[in-house]
Design a protein around this ligand. Structure first.
Ligand SMILES: Nc1nc2c(ncn2[C@@H]2O[C@H](COP(=O)(O)OP(=O)(O)OP(=O)(O)O)[C@@H](O)[C@H]2O)c(=O)[nH]1
Length: 309
């Protein structure tokens, strides 16, 4: 935060609001939030539907605090867990001051994007369109896509961005900062995310787990931080449990002689240490928890509502 911004905050000339990022799985929402905030707050993966809970990224620009809500990918729900994710995504969107729809420009208006556009057309909110992955798509294609999408939904603005390279992203932030309503900042100025560190640390381990075992594990596997202890020397002892659904999956995660879980732990520990800016000692346990996807308690821990059916 600059001195000017600090002064604005003190004078009370501040603005603050919520921006919901919606889009089909893999549109690039997590990558965009990370690019906006400049720190890794959301977990990026090649596998779809990695984002489960609402993750907020905070950006301060021109006296405004913009709170980004990174919603789970919106897709036709089948299972209970899927329905919880989708309903959390839409409720995040309807509470926001601005809804930003992110579309993977390579995909164009495929079935998933058309369904989202139709639903968005009904939402009584300001909406903007972000055509993402412009590093991979020709300009003529982008223009045609922008026209097609705006014919379906009254977007206030269309931006062309690359969440990966950061191209065009600052323009989006500047625009949104101007759009935020007057009001005090809701979060401390130096925070980048309100996601508790223990949740973030669990997400990092989950990312490493999937990077290694995405073919062998169902995405229903989960990681929870059970213990977080700061020691006298400033280092942190973290205990996490990886929950899987079956004994066979447990064996896969542990690997021969414990090799696999050890590698996951090493990778996660490195990244967690960087983020907390302290030495981390990470201890991973693997447990089988059958039918966890039907257990309301697990949903609460992930910040999701438990759908009744
Ligand atoms: N080339 C390119 N790749 C991108 C861009 N933005 C995102 N990606 C890639 O697209 C993939 C999906 O990105 P994510 O940010 O995980 O997508 P998401 O929308 O958050 O996905 P869910 O969490 O499943 O909803 C990752 O492999 C990213 O590296 C971009 O602008 N250009």
């Amino acid at each position: 935060m600059s001195d000017k911004e600090r002064a604005q905050a003190e004078e009370g000339a501040t603005r603050c609001g919520f921006v919901a990022l919606v889009g089909a799985p893999n549109a690039g929402k997590s990558t965009l939030v990370n690019q906006l905030v400049g720190t890794k707050v959301s977990i990026v993966s090649h596998k779809v539907q990695t984002t489960r809970a609402l993750v907020r990224g905070l950006v301060i620009e021109n006296g405004a605090q913009v709170v980004f809500v990174d919603t789970p990918g919106i897709f036709p729900p089948k299972r209970r867990l899927d329905r919880a994710m989708v309903s959390t995504a839409w409720s995040g969107a309807t509470d926001a001051d601005v809804i930003a729809l992110l579309i993977d420009a390579r995909k164009g208006l495929d079935e998933a994007n058309v369904a989202i556009l139709d639903k968005l057309a009904e939402a009584p909110r300001r909406k903007i369109l972000l055509l993402n992955k412009i590093d991979l798509v020709r300009r003529e294609t982008l223009l045609a896509l922008a026209q097609e999408a705006t014919a379906r939904v009254g977007f206030d603005r269309v931006f062309m961005v690359s969440a990966l390279t950061g191209d065009g992203v600052r323009d989006v932030v500047a625009y949104l900062a101007d759009e935020m309503p007057a009001g005090p900042w809701l979060y401390p100025a130096d925070d980048v995310s309100d996601l508790p560190l223990r949740v973030l640390a669990a997400e990092i381990t989950r990312e490493k787990l999937f990077a290694r075992l995405h073919d062998e594990l169902p995405y229903a596997s989960t990681v929870e931080t059970e213990k977080w202890e700061t020691r006298k020397d400033g280092s942190v002892r973290i205990e996490q449990t990886i929950y899987v659904e079956r004994e066979t999956q447990k064996r896969i995660v542990i690997g021969k002689g414990g090799q696999t879980v050890k590698q996951i732990s090493t990778e996660a520990r490195k990244e967690i240490s960087e983020i907390i800016d302290a030495e981390a000692h990470l201890f991973l346990f693997v447990k089988v928890r059958e039918n966890w996807a039907d257990d309301p308690e697990r949903y609460r821990e992930m910040g999701l509502d438990f759908p009744k059916s």
